[in-house]
Write a new protein. Structure first.
Length: 367
């Protein structure tokens, strides 16, 4: 179904986080979310919505820069143009400016949302290779905190029904062995424990030693042990440790994924539209991974419910995401003090309820 974009608008929105649950990693601290909301309007007045989770310490993007690009490059490029499919827009953006994957993703997501709303359908029913599941298990990211605060957050998450805990590791001065030991001693063997180093280990031997020190705590997977630009190193670490490796920061694009698959650098792939530069790319990469025999999970850059709606759509709709085997980073309601959308996306008994309705199923609140 073809459509014409008549207007492109964007606005900067600040979201408030629970300060006792902020994410601290080997990269830095995420204690504020200043994001960009994008709206595309078509010739019928139908609107589609997207979010750019602009976190400068992670992707180098700022909401102010994104707003300038939308107003000065994207709007003149897209307004008045006709498109046969939402995926037709991303190649134009990639040609018009480099980088800025989260900004590009917000525009691409808005196009998918608009396209599905025009048809009175959900995106999940249009892209899925299965009937979208009703809910997706989430995992909670516990920042690089002290033993006491790590245990506090683990217990809070467990009591909220979350059964998979992701513990950030690799920060100098913190005893990761003591942190995981405390969680196991308090909560027992039932919680699924994963770790995420966010690329903290700068040599192959350092990564292997750090992982092996934590294996006694029954890790389900290890996320991004090596620096994001060292795919070959990650492949060598994978060969040396007896635990699945989940690739995140190393793989933004389909090209990155192709290289990682060529050298067998991963067991699982962390996908999410912002990092991938668009929902379109996430779809493509999920199919690439599945064809290579790899599973996918949803990662996160602390998106609000607006961005999270597209993320849960992927996990719920595609068999590349074995959601009952591997939980995803869908923890917005545990991080933010209020939802960014109507309706809010519900976290129920540790599972994110898949939004119903047209498009991605949510509309941003006008803050």
């Amino acid at each position: 179904m073809s459509f014409q974009i008549t207007r492109v608008t964007a606005r900067i929105v600040d979201y408030t986080l629970h300060q006792n649950r902020i994410i601290i990693t080997s990269i830095g601290k995420h204690d504020a979310s200043r994001y960009l909301n994008v709206t595309l309007t078509d010739e019928q007045g139908t609107q589609g919505y997207g979010e750019a989770a602009t976190v400068i310490i992670w992707s180098g993007e700022a909401a102010e820069t994104g707003l300038w690009i939308v107003e000065n490059i994207v709007a003149p490029l897209l307004e008045g143009s006709h498109f046969d499919h939402p995926s037709d827009i991303l190649p134009l953006l990639e040609k018009a400016f480099q980088g800025n994957p989260f900004l590009k993703a917000s525009i691409d997501m808005a196009a998918w949302d608009l396209w599905a709303r025009r048809q009175g359908k959900s995106v999940g029913t249009l892209i899925g290779d299965r009937e979208p599941v009703e809910s997706v298990p989430t995992r909670f990211s516990i920042g690089a905190y002290s033993v006491e605060d790590t245990l506090r957050l683990a217990v809070e998450s467990w009591e909220a029904g979350i059964r998979t805990l992701k513990i950030k590791t690799g920060v100098p001065g913190l005893d990761d062995v003591a942190r995981l030991k405390a969680v196991r001693e308090r909560l027992g063997d039932e919680p699924v424990l994963t770790i995420d180093a966010n690329g903290a280990y700068h040599t192959e031997d350092q990564a292997v030693a750090a992982i092996e020190a934590l294996l006694p705590f029954n890790l389900t997977l290890v996320e991004q042990p090596t620096p994001r630009d060292r795919i070959g190193m990650m492949a060598r670490v994978k060969q040396r440790v007896d635990v699945p490796i989940l690739a995140d920061e190393s793989i933004f694009t389909p090209g990155h994924l192709e290289e990682a698959l060529d050298c067998d650098a991963l067991d699982l792939l962390s996908l999410y539209p912002g990092k991938n530069g668009g929902f379109t790319n996430s779809l493509k990469m999920a199919k690439m991974a599945q064809q290579a025999g790899k599973h996918c999970v949803i990662g996160s850059n602390m998106e609000t419910d607006l961005g999270q709606a597209a993320m849960v759509c992927l996990a719920a709709s595609l068999t590349a995401f074995p959601v009952e085997q591997y939980a995803s980073d869908l923890m917005t309601s545990m991080i933010y003090t209020a939802s960014s959308t109507t309706p809010p996306i519900e976290l129920k008994n540790g599972r994110l309820v898949t939004p119903q309705g047209d498009g991605f199923g949510v509309v941003p609140l006008q803050k």
